[in-house]
Design a protein around this ligand. Structure first.
Ligand code: ZN
Length: 150
């Protein structure tokens, strides 16, 4: 377990220090804002489609290391996925952090976030970017600004 914990910290610190795809996407097909007032995390997720594929995914935001690292890793993982695959990943990631018995075996490197489950205050930080992505992918089902405190 300590190996996983070390890996988890290493990955989060790395992505927080050098966030991937941290930029605005002017003219993106979709975007949504996310807000986690309990921690002060904010994130805007941009998605540009090529047909049914998430051709380019980027984010901007500020807040704690976990929220920013989660957003950074999310943009890496969902880029190139289809809409359906991205929705499924978002569901599985949220399940990993919020449901007993969920395991990260089908989540690849995102599984390092399983360690966040031990820190309930941090779960909203890690899931915020994914809630925001879900809102961007399905704008009819979500407000343009999602909040963890709704
Ligand atoms: Zn946070």
């Amino acid at each position: 377990m300590s190996d996983l914990r070390d890996l988890y910290q290493e990955v989060i610190l790395d992505h927080n220090k050098s966030p991937r795809n941290f930029r605005e996407l002017p003219g993106a097909d979709r975007h949504a804002h996310g807000d986690n007032p309990l921690c002060g995390d904010v994130v805007t997720v941009y998605v540009d489609f090529d047909g049914d594929t998430l051709h380019e995914v980027a984010f901007q935001g500020s807040g704690c290391a976990i929220s920013q690292a989660s957003a950074s890793m999310m943009t890496e993982v969902v880029t190139g996925k289809t809409l359906e695959e991205a929705r499924a990943l978002a569901r599985r990631f949220r399940a990993l952090l919020t449901e007993d018995g969920a395991d990260g075996s089908n989540l690849g490197k995102l599984a390092v976030f399983a360690g966040v489950k031990d820190y309930p205050m941090r779960v909203k930080c890690a899931t915020l970017p994914w809630h925001t992505l879900a809102a961007a992918l399905d704008p009819k089902e979500a407000p343009e600004t999602v909040t963890t405190e709704a």
